[in-house]
Ligand binder design. Structure first.
Ligand code: ZN
Length: 170
């Protein structure tokens, strides 16, 4: 089932999300709905707060379209980050049509619980590394524009607010 993606500014996108205590059918269904919503958008990552659920769950797929590699992460954590940095032009499904370059660690080691309840650990680089850090930021109430200067952030927020008003009017 497709979920509605919240558009910035929205107070739910600024909240610290709670850890997932135990995997339940509700959470597994939510993860599947989030993947469906992400592919439909289309996007390469989606965090639970973006669909109004303030819990620590993200989904991603940075693989090529003809070779899908969906990843579901409960309680993802950055365990280690490289000194080497990487800059990507980032966007966000909650800030449509706005893009900006963001610099982050080029490689990160992530720990998480997968959809079967198994603890996992893996190193990510390239677009995957940027994406997983962007999604984990969402769980801490942080958006990619929070990595930018105040002027740029305010400009993008104004544009997003305008787009949100236009969409609300239909
Ligand atoms: Zn985002």
């Amino acid at each position: 089932m497709l979920k509605t993606i919240l558009i910035h500014p929205d107070p739910r996108l600024k909240k610290l999300c709670a850890p997932v205590p135990d995997l339940s059918d509700r959470l597994r269904d939510l993860a599947q709905d989030m993947l469906e919503t992400m592919y439909d958008a289309p996007g390469i990552g989606l965090a639970a707060p973006q669909v109004g659920v303030l819990e620590r769950l993200i989904v991603m797929d940075c693989a090529k379209e003809d070779d899908p590699q969906p990843v579901v992460m409960f309680n993802p954590e950055v365990l280690a980050a490289s000194d080497a940095l990487n800059t990507y032009e980032e966007g966000c499904l909650s800030i449509p049509e706005q893009f900006a370059e963001v610099t982050r660690p080029a490689e990160v080691r992530i720990g998480w619980i997968d959809e079967t309840g198994t603890p996992r650990e893996k190193d990510f680089d390239g677009l995957w590394a940027t994406c997983v850090q962007h999604e984990i930021d969402h769980l801490n109430g942080k958006l990619f524009i929070d990595h930018l200067g105040a002027m740029r952030r305010q400009m993008i927020t104004r544009k997003s607010a305008k787009l949100k008003r236009e969409r609300a009017r239909g």
